[in-house]
Write a protein that binds this ligand. Structure first.
Ligand code: BES
Ligand code: MN
Ligand code: ZN
Length: 500
């Protein structure tokens, strides 16, 4: 798929720019019928348009979409999508509109599509990138597991109208970000029999070879030598060997910032002896490696973009949480790699155990900041739903930078409290701490547990993406299923110099 920009718009007479010769045109319309775009599109489509819009109940609301196909005219396909009220139109609305245009165009069999969408109030470069990403990510399909995989054709050329010329689309970084999101979606959607900890390590190895990154994979014995008792306790019930992945991007010139991205990498979470019951989404727990998928997707994008000045470490303590005669018991006490002892009062709170050793390992790398991403708690899904990830941070600067990075990619984060009095909930009678507290505030005690494994002076943030990593229904540019959440936030944060 190729992207281009043309500065010309649909003129007041509704004529199409001469320079554009494609077959399909998609136009966004605000719900206010007095908006000048309505006159332009009526001039283009002729006086019968109002009756057709009436018949199809197209009112310009978000989600409204109408495709008109005529044989003799150019363009032969005209797609109208609703944008809602002009006052509330923002980057996220533009992204959704561009994705619906792309989907309608693909359904209509378009090969060459022009998008005429407004971007008032937004930076033109950013608006162009948003539209291009939405088109590509909106047309993503995953046919890997079908016996017949014939993909529907998608537009080969996409022209964005009305952007200032010479508008240099940042094509390289758009492609890199989309490829990163696509990789994360593929990893999250892959079933647990076909995506094991070993496959996570192979994925990291492929990124390392393709882009010249350094990769270290620690085997079980290496992790034992480092005293990673928390991580290995989770892994011990599985037939599959754990893989501790450390992938590093180094900029071409000297790095002035060094950061780690730590991702939860449970390729399946049965709950262990605190087995997940009906209604607890056990059949979805392949996506419990969503944090590590975001981290690997981001590293792939970063390795392609090659931002200057920032060294980025991706760290994933990958394993499965299973049941067997050798599995960890509820009640076991183990020692993490920083020497802290943990009483496991619930084997289903396994993510924080794997992250504890991953965070201790990361902190030894002399970093400026650590960001971890994890499908950590059902409590976060209850609090924030499917569209917003929880953010906990010891640093106001890092929290603000991550919120800004997320916003720039139309991903939503909401800062949550690291209230230290709640640590009371994870005190153990016997060990230094236990791995779960009371149900109320469960995502907060989970974050407080992680904080115990990060040095106080190090800027650290935790993103609980349990709700956002998967979507029951297709929404905007995201298909039903794996969303690839987190990649754009991480890439934007690193590209901004990873401020904290
Ligand atoms: N992977 C789950 C969290 C999860 C639940 C993600 C639902 C997505 C949807 C995690 O390992 C887990 O099981 N957490 C427990 C913690 C509890 C035992 C304190 C939970 O949230 O129920
Ligand atoms: Mn669990
Ligand atoms: Zn889990």
């Amino acid at each position: 798929m190729e992207f281009r920009c043309l500065s010309t718009t649909l003129s007041d007479a509704g004529a199409l720019p001469e320079a554009w010769q494609g077959d399909s045109l998609a136009v966004g319309l605000f719900s206010d019928p007095n908006h000048p775009l309505w006159a332009q599109i009526t001039a283009l489509l002729g006086p019968k348009l109002p009756a057709l819009l009436e018949q199809c109940r197209f009112k310009g609301k978000p989600g409204d979409s109408l495709t008109v196909q005529q044989l003799e005219t150019r363009p032969s396909t005209v797609i109208l999508v609703g944008l809602g009220e002009a006052a509330g139109f923002d980057s996220a609305a533009l992204r959704n509109a561009a994705a619906s245009c792309a989907k309608a165009a693909a359904s209509a069999g378009s090969r060459s599509l022009a998008l005429a969408l407004p971007w008032q109030g937004l930076d033109p470069q950013a608006a162009a990138a948003t539209m291009a990403e939405a088109v590509r990510l909106g047309l993503y399909v995953d046919l890997r597991f079908r016996s017949e995989h014939e993909a529907k054709p998608v537009p080969e050329l996409v022209t964005l109208l009305g952007l200032p010329e010479p508008s240099q689309l940042p094509l390289q970084s758009i492609d890199a970000v989309c490829a990163g999101v696509e990789l994360a979606r593929q990893l999250v959607a892959a079933p647990p029999n076909l995506l094991t900890p070993g496959d996570m390590a192979s994925t990291a190895a492929t990124i390392a070879t393709d882009f010249g990154l350094d990769l270290k994979v620690l085997e079980r014995s290496d992790c034992e030598a480092l005293g990673m008792g928390a991580y290995l306790a989770v892994a011990q019930g599985s037939e599959l060997p754990p893989k501790f992945i450390h992938l590093t991007y180094r900029p071409s010139e000297a790095a002035t910032r060094r950061v780690a991205l730590v991702g939860k990498g449970l390729t399946f979470d049965s709950g262990g002896y605190n087995l997940k019951v009906a209604g607890s989404q056990i059949d979805k727990m392949k996506y419990d490696m969503g944090g590590s998928a975001a981290v690997l997707g981001a590293l792939r994008a970063i390795a392609q973009i090659r931002p200057a000045g920032v060294e980025v470490h991706a760290i994933v303590a990958s394993c499965e949480n299973m049941i067997s005669g050798g599995a960890v018991h509820p009640g076991d006490i183990l020692t993490a790699s920083n020497g802290k002892t943990i009483e496991i009062n619930n084997t289903d709170a396994e993510g924080r155990l794997t992250l504890a050793d991953a965070l201790v390992y990361a902190a030894k790398l002399e970093l400026d900041a650590i960001v971890d991403l994890a499908t950590l708690t059902g409590a976060c899904v209850i609090a924030l739903g499917e569209e917003i990830a929880g953010l906990w941070s010891s640093s106001d600067g890092l929290a603000a930078a991550l919120v800004a990075a997320a916003e720039a990619g139309d991903e939503a984060l909401w800062r949550m409290p690291l209230r230290s009095s709640y640590k009371e909930g994870i005190k153990s009678q016997l060990a230094d701490l236990k791995n779960t507290g009371p149900r109320p505030g469960g995502s907060i005690t989970a974050a407080l547990f992680l904080q115990d494994f990060v040095p106080k002076e190090l800027a650290w943030a935790h993103l609980d993406i349990a709700g956002t990593v998967w979507s029951e229904k297709a929404r905007g540019q995201d298909p039903a299923g794996a969303t690839g959440f987190g990649v754009r936030t991480l890439v934007n944060w690193i590209s901004a110099g990873a401020p904290s």
